[in-house]
Structure formats: structure tokens, C-alpha cells
Design a protein around this ligand. Structure first.
Ligand SMILES: *[C@@H]1O[C@H](CO)[C@@H](O)[C@H](O)[C@H]1NC(C)=O
Ligand SMILES: *[C@@H]1O[C@H](CO)[C@@H](O)[C@H](O)[C@H]1NC(C)=O
Ligand SMILES: *[C@@H]1O[C@H](CO)[C@@H](O)[C@H](O)[C@H]1NC(C)=O
Length: 371
């Protein structure tokens, strides 16, 4: 890989200048993503790329003009256009990243890959696989007690690529640094295994570890990624079902209090004093009210209500977090279900033998359906 000679030059540079940021974790070792023509490129390089006792600002030198750096976010981004890229299916470009602190500047040269090939696709997202991995919280968090032995295997069809070359896989932390010693990855089987770390004290809050699985058709660079977290905690919030389906009828009052009884903290009902409460919700329908401490849901879906999924984030007094997904399935009248009516029809009164006239137009979903 081109990064090795670059790294060498760089170490020499660092050796001659007595100050300036030092290079600790070169970008060539961080598996940056492959850039694709016409597609936005974004890569957050590791905080430990350079070392410095003071604040570092970043800029670019000798770099393609489509590539920009957001210094505060440590992010390289931009969208390469056809005219920006030389001929060939896979093209190397060199980039110079300059780190500046109060003592001086250091340039780190590395290579990015631009590809005209179709990318690697994520075909089976984690939320379709995580229910098989043990206790979990939607959408991508595996829950584990300290010292627990774990092992989970991803589907071999998780990723796909058009090319007939086999995919290569890497597992890294979310900031692209190597895995900690307690977890190991078998790229041949797409399997993770290990022992969760031990905790000093039972009152320690849970610790979250963020990982990514990278798949690629160009070794050393990432084609697609799958994110997951492992949260190690002394306490465990669980639910009989992590996804709950509730059926509602448009215009009919709903009162549902089945959630409370399906949730446990350390195997005890949530009512038994663990302080479990709603920390936040994501995408809750506006007509639905959720009571924080007993999780009762009430409300009347309007005629225009649509089926939707939302998340309830619960937190107990030990700072354990757990997400519950609620799928709200709205049933309307038959005409609404068929997509013909946007509102329920008013009651039309008619006497036997009388002529009635009523304009359906305003109630129809599609003006074309009026005919
Ligand atoms: C809960 O869901 C939110 C939104 O999807 C996510 O950001 C967060 O990481 C989840 N937390 C857990 C513990 O699963
Ligand atoms: C919700 O409706 C579906 C059919 O649409 C049915 O299979 C399911 O049993 C219903 N669930 C509840 C809790 O009523
Ligand atoms: C809710 O989630 C399920 C399962 O992930 C999905 O099949 C469905 O399309 C979602 N419904 C809506 C309205 O987003």
C-alpha cells in the first residue's frame, strides 16, 4: 500500500523538526472510504491521527480541489465530478493533510482511491439481524453484562458487490481505531466473539463501545459500513418484545397500557422501583400521548393518520438505556384503506322516495378518481 513510503518520509520530517504535531495514527491505516464519482464523500479521521498538547487545526495541501476539510469536525468531504478524476476504473489521488498547533505544522500525506465501479451495497441491515444476537436495544445496540462471554455471526449476504472479486472485511471502532483486546473478529465467518470487560464497581454506569464492520472490493479502503454498539452494564432493561405492534382505527379513541407489564429491569417489573422512565421519543405521532412513568398511550388518530413506527427511549436510575419500537398500524374505513377517501364521509340523511345529491369530490384522495 502506498501509505508506507509516505509514512517513512513523514517520520523523517517529524524527526528533524523538534516541535509541531506528531503523527500517531496515519490515515493510511484508518481504512478511509472509497470516493465515487458524483457521490458525496465523507470521512471523519481519528482524533489520534496526530498528537499535540494544544489544539490542532487542519487544512489541506496538494489535494484534489473537490476535497475539503472541516477542521472542527475532523471531516474530509466533497463530491468528485467526472472531470476531477483521471482515466481508469480505479484512480489513486494523493492528499496532504496539514495539522497546525501553536508550535508549528506537520503534513501527513496519504492516498485516497476514486472508483468508477459500482459500490459495495449493504443488503441486510443490522436491525434485521440483531434479534438473533441476544439482548438488544433497537436499532443497533447489543446489551451485555460485564465479563459476559459473547459471540454473534452476521449473515454472509450482509453486503454485496457487482464485481466477482470476493469482498474483504475489517472490523474497527467507530473512529476507525483498532478493536480493543476483549473482542475479536473472524473475517472469514463474519463472526465477533470475546468477553465483555469487567467493571470495578456495581454502581458504575454502563459503558458504550461503538464499532463498525467495513466491507470492500478494494483492500485498505472501505466500500460500505455497518455500525453496531455493545453496551456493557451491570443492570439490564429488557422487554418481552422489543418491537410492539398496536392496531388503531382512525377516529376511535385508543387507550393502551400493555407496555408497562412487558418491560423488566434486572428481571423485575419496571414498577418495582428502578426509576425507569421515558428519556425521549423519536417520531411519535402528534395525536398520541405517552405517560412517562407508566407508559400508557392515549389519543384519537385523526382520519388523516397514517401507519408509522416510533421509538421510546427508556432510562433507569442506573443510566441504562433501552429503546422500544412501536409500530402503529392505522386502520380506516374500507374506502380509506383502499386509498380512495381522504376523510370519512359525513352522515347523509335521506328519506325514502326523496332525491338526494351529494358532492363526493372534496372527500376523494386523488382528483383523477372523481370520474
Ligand atoms: C435509541 O435510538 C436512538 C435513535 O435511533 C439512537 O440514537 C440511540 O443510539 C438508541 N439507543 C440505544 C441504547 O439503543
Ligand atoms: C393487528 O392487526 C393484525 C392484522 O392487520 C393482526 O394480525 C394482529 O393480531 C393485530 N394485533 C393486535 C394486537 O390486535
Ligand atoms: C415500520 O417498520 C417495519 C419493520 O422495520 C417496516 O417494514 C415498515 O415499513 C415500517 N413502517 C413505516 C410506516 O415506516
Amino acid at each position: 500500500m502506498a501509505s508506507f513510503p509516505h509514512l517513512f518520509t513523514l517520520l523523517l520530517c517529524v524527526a528533524v523538526s523538534s516541535a509541531a504535531p506528531g503523527v500517531y495514527f496515519p490515515i493510511g491505516f484508518q481504512t478511509p472510504p472509497i470516493a465515487r464519482i458524483g457521490e458525496p464523500f465523507s470521512f471523519v479521521f481519528s482524533k489520534s491521527t496526530f498528537t499535540s498538547p494544544s489544539t490542532i487545526t487542519y487544512s489541506l495541501t496538494n489535494s484534489p480541489k473537490w476535497l475539503l476539510v472541516d477542521s472542527g469536525a475532523r471531516r474530509l468531504y466533497g463530491t468528485p465530478k467526472e472531470a476531477d478524476v483521471g482515466p481508469g476504473e480505479v484512480v489513486d489521488v494523493s492528499v496532504g493533510l496539514v495539522a497546525t498547533d501553536e508550535t508549528g505544522s506537520t503534513t501527513l500525506d496519504f492516498t485516497l482511491i476514486m472508483s468508477r465501479k459500482t459500490g459495495v451495497e449493504l443488503d441486510i441491515p443490522l436491525n434485521q439481524q440483531i434479534p438473533g444476537f441476544g439482548f438488544f436495544s433497537n436499532p443497533y445496540t447489543i446489551l451485555s453484562p460485564p465479563r459476559n462471554q459473547f459471540s454473534f455471526v452476521l449473515d454472509p449476504k450482509t453486503f454485496s458487490a457487482c464485481s466477482d472479486k470476493p469482498l474483504a472485511y475489517y472490523a474497527v471502532m467507530s473512529d476507525n481505531t483498532p478493536l480493543p483486546a476483549w473482542i475479536s473478529f473472524d473475517a472469514g465467518r463474519l463472526a465477533f466473539s470475546g468477553h465483555a470487560p469487567a467493571f470495578e464497581a456495581l454502581i458504575d454506569p454502563p459503558q458504550a463501545f461503538e464499532f463498525q464492520l467495513l466491507a470492500t472490493d478494494t483492500p485498505g479502503f472501505a466500500g460500505a459500513s455497518l455500525r453496531f454498539n455493545i453496551v456493557v452494564g451491570n443492570h439490564r432493561v429488557t422487554a418481552d418484545q422489543t418491537t410492539v405492534v398496536i392496531n388503531v382505527t382512525a377516529g376511535e379513541f385508543l387507550s393502551y397500557d400493555g407496555l408497562q407489564n412487558s418491560i423488566n429491569v434486572d428481571g423485575q417489573p419496571m414498577t418495582s422501583g428502578h426509576g425507569l422512565t421515558v428519556a425521549s421519543t423519536f417520531n411519535i405521532p402528534p395525536w398520541l400521548t405517552l405517560e412517562k412513568d407508566n407508559l400508557r398511550m392515549t389519543g384519537t388518530p385523526p382520519m388523516t393518520a397514517k401507519s408509522t413506527n416510533f421509538t421510546i427511549a427508556l432510562e433507569d436510575s442506573f443510566a441504562d438505556r433501552f429503546n422500544l419500537t412501536v409500530m402503529v398500524q392505522v386502520r380506516g374505513t374500507q374506502a380509506q384503506d383502499s386509498g380512495l377517501l381522504k376523510e370519512e364521509l359525513p352522515v347523509i340523511k335521506a328519506q325514502a322516495g326523496e332525491h338526494i345529491s351529494f358532492d363526493l369530490g372534496p372527500y376523494l384522495e386523488d382528483p383523477e378518481a372523481r370520474r
